[in-house]
Ligand binder design. Sequence first.
Ligand code: PAF
Length: 289
Amino acid sequence: MSTPALFTDPAAWQARCLAARREGLRLALVPTMGSLHAGHASLLREARRRADAGGRRGLAVASIFVNPTQFGPGEDLARYPRDLEGDLATCGQAGIDLVLAPGDPAQVFPPDHQSWVTVERVSQGLCGASRPGHFRGVATVVAKLLNLTRPDVAIFGEKDWQQLAVLRAMVRDLAFGVEVVGMPIVREADGLALSSRNAYLSAEERGRALALSRALFEARDAVAGGAREAAPLLARARARLEAAGARVDYVEVVDPLALTPVARAEPGAVLLLAALVGRTRLIDNLVLP
Ligand code: PAF
């Protein structure tokens, strides 16, 4: 393991990435908000693998930036977990060469920032309905990171399924010319999907949070047994969450790319959940068999 080179200045980062591209190196980028866990580590290792896929060691890079523009008023921006030292160690272990971690949000969004990326249809509904402006903030910061880095490939986690759909639409519609790769959710042994926000859960809440993955697994088993009507699947999943005292934000079965609700869970449809456990908003999803 070696420690990645740390860049705090986006302009210096852009110059370094440009120089690498001019040398003909492949670049693989993992954008993150830090507080890296084993789910992120799988993205970072994939970046290493894909950067080297050209038969020559490329450049595997990651960004760590808690993007203020994707948090709404009253959300957890101020208390979002931060651990730059630990994150750099995780990046080093995964073979990441360079890390961009702007020290000050104004380096990314200076006071005169006034350009925004809005991805229309797939940003509406689901998390977009309860977090207005969230996906505009995500799309804008990712567009900026892609322009600063100009990677061949950008890697994201499938836990944020709607985010991935938004970013795929943005990259396609605006011809970013980058390959977008989604990586499967990493779960704890008992099923809980890894998330930086799990750090907010008390031991008692963590126990109740298992209702999300259990609801998904139960639906998967029902679908595998032939029960493909969405309405009863959704009712069961909702009841399981409510029985655990979780406040349901949404439970939906959707088309995997358009994110429109479907009446029957055909293979590949995605069951998406969002619920509050205590004050912590958790999301999870599962691609149905
Ligand atoms: O998934 C995340 O951690 C963030 O939404 C992202 C993609 C890094 C943009 O800030």
